[in-house]
Design a protein around this ligand. Structure first.
Ligand code: AKG
Length: 361
C-alpha cells in the first residue's frame, strides 16, 4: 500500500504520453495539435472559449481577519466551491519569490527544461499537464510538479546555483501547509465539525500527516487564443487547493446556471478551491468546482497551485456528524491513494463513480 503521495500517484498513473515538447516561444501559428475549435461539436470535450459568459457575479473575496470568516467561507464553499482570500498571512515577498522561482524554470531553453522532464513512470518534474491523456488535443501550457524534495531536479536545471530555488520551495511549502490547515478548520468549522471529529487531523488538529504537491503552470502568450486551451476543465482530487496567479487572468470556474466565470487576479489574494475529497467529507454539501485556464495573445501567465490532501492511506468518507437517516452518506469510504487511481481511470467522472445509490429514509 503506497504511503507516500508520489508512490500513490505513480501506482495509478495512466499517463503514458510520447509527445514532442513544443517550444512555445518559437511557434508563430497555432499548430493543429493544439487547435481545440475542431472539437467543439463533441459533447465529450466542451470548449467554447468565445462563448464564456461574462458574468456580473464574482467569486467571493474573504478577509481571513473578518470575525465572520467561518460563515463566509462556509457560504462560499456551498455556493461556489471557490473563493479568494486576503489577510491570509503569506508575505508578499514570499509570493514574489515563488513567482520568480516559476519564471526561472519556464524561461530556460527547452533542452534545459527537458533535463528535468517528468519520467514516464514518475510524478515530479517538467512536462505537459497530467490530464492531457484524457484529451485528443494538446494544451497551451507547460508544467512543473514538485512532490517531496526539489533538489534532484533543481540540480539538473541549475547545476551551480540551485540552493535559492530549493530554499524558496521549502519555505513556500511550509507556509502553505500552515495556511491549508487553517483553511481546513474554517471550512469544516462552518459545518459544525470540531477537532474531535477528524481523527486523522492529529491530537493538535494540525493535520501533521497531510500530503501535498506543488504545481507550477506556465501559459505562454498564444498566437490564436480563441482556438487554444490552457488547461482543460477539471476538478482537483484534493481536499483543497491554494492557487497563486500572477497579474494575468485566465482562471475560470463553472457556476451552475451562469457559465464560466473568470477569477481575476487581485494583488495579495490567493484563490482557494474545494477539491473532490472535501466534497466527499462534507457529504456533498461543498462543491468541488470545475475549473479551467484560458490563454491570451499578449501576456504570459503563471500560476502556482498547492494541492493539499490527507495522508494517502487514511479512509475519507462523509463525516458522521453530517450523516443521519434523512442525510445518508452519499459516497463510499476511499483513501486518497485509491481515489487517485479512480481519477486516473475515470477523470471527471471519478466522483460519481464512488457515489452510493441511496434512498432517503
Ligand atoms: O492556472 C490556473 O489558474 C489553474 C491551475 C489548475 O487548475 C491546476 O494546477 O490544477
Amino acid at each position: 500500500m503506497p504511503s507516500r503521495l508520489s508512490d500513490a500517484i505513480k501506482a495509478h498513473d495512466a499517463i503514458h504520453l510520447h509527445h514532442k515538447h513544443l517550444d512555445f516561444n518559437s511557434v508563430k501559428e497555432l499548430p493543429d495539435s493544439h487547435d481545440w475549435i475542431s472539437l467543439d461539436h463533441h459533447d465529450q470535450y466542451p470548449f467554447s472559449n468565445s462563448c464564456s459568459i461574462e458574468s456580473s457575479l464574482s467569486v467571493p473575496v474573504i478577509d481571513l481577519k473578518d470575525p465572520n470568516a467561518v460563515k463566509l467561507v462556509g457560504h462560499a464553499c456551498r455556493t461556489w466551491g471557490v473563493f479568494q482570500v486576503k489577510n491570509h498571512g503569506i508575505r508578499t515577498s514570499l509570493l514574489d519569490d515563488i513567482e520568480s522561482a516559476g519564471r526561472s524554470i519556464f524561461s530556460l531553453p527547452i533542452q534545459q527544461k527537458l533535463k528535468a522532464a517528468r519520467p514516464p513512470d514518475g510524478v515530479s518534474g517538467y512536462g505537459m499537464a497530467r490530464i492531457s491523456s484524457f484529451f485528443p488535443k494538446h494544451m497551451w501550457s507547460e508544467g512543473f510538479t514538485i512532490i517531496g524534495s526539489p533538489l534532484d531536479h533543481a540540480r539538473q536545471l541549475w547545476p551551480h546555483d540551485y540552493n535559492k530555488f530549493c530554499n524558496v520551495i521549502e519555505e513556500y511549502e511550509k507556509e502553505m501547509k500552515q495556511l491549508a490547515g487553517k483553511l481546513m478548520w474554517l471550512m469544516l468549522g462552518s459545518l459544525g465539525i470540531t477537532k474531535e471529529d477528524v481523527m486523522w487531523a492529529g491530537p493538535n488538529g494540525d493535520f501533521k500527516g497531510a500530503s501535498a504537491a506543488l504545481q507550477f503552470n506556465s501559459y505562454p502568450a498564444c498566437p490564436d487564443p480563441d482556438r487554444a486551451m490552457g488547461l482543460a476543465a477539471h476538478t482537483d482530487s484534493t481536499l483543497l487547493t491554494i492557487l497563486h496567479q500572477n497579474n494575468t487572468s485566465g482562471l475560470q470556474v463553472l457556476r451552475e446556471r451562469t457559465g464560466w466565470v473568470t477569477v481575476p487576479p487581485l494583488p495579495g489574494t490567493l484563490v482557494v478551491n474545494v477539491g473532490d475529497l472535501l466534497h466527499i467529507l462534507s457529504n456533498g454539501l461543498y462543491t468541488s468546482v470545475l475549473h479551467r485556464a484560458v490563454v491570451n495573445r499578449t501576456c504570459h501567465r503563471l500560476s502556482i497551485a498547492y494541492l493539499y490532501g490527507p495522508p494517502p492511506n487514511v479512509q475519507i468518507s462523509p463525516l458522521s456528524k453530517l450523516v443521519d437517516p434523512s442525510h445518508p452518506p452519499l459516497y463510499r469510504p476511499i483513501t486518497w491513494s485509491e481515489y487517485l487511481g479512480t481519477k486516473a481511470k475515470h477523470f471527471n467522472k471519478a466522483l460519481s463513480s464512488v457515489r452510493l445509490c441511496v434512498e432517503v429514509g
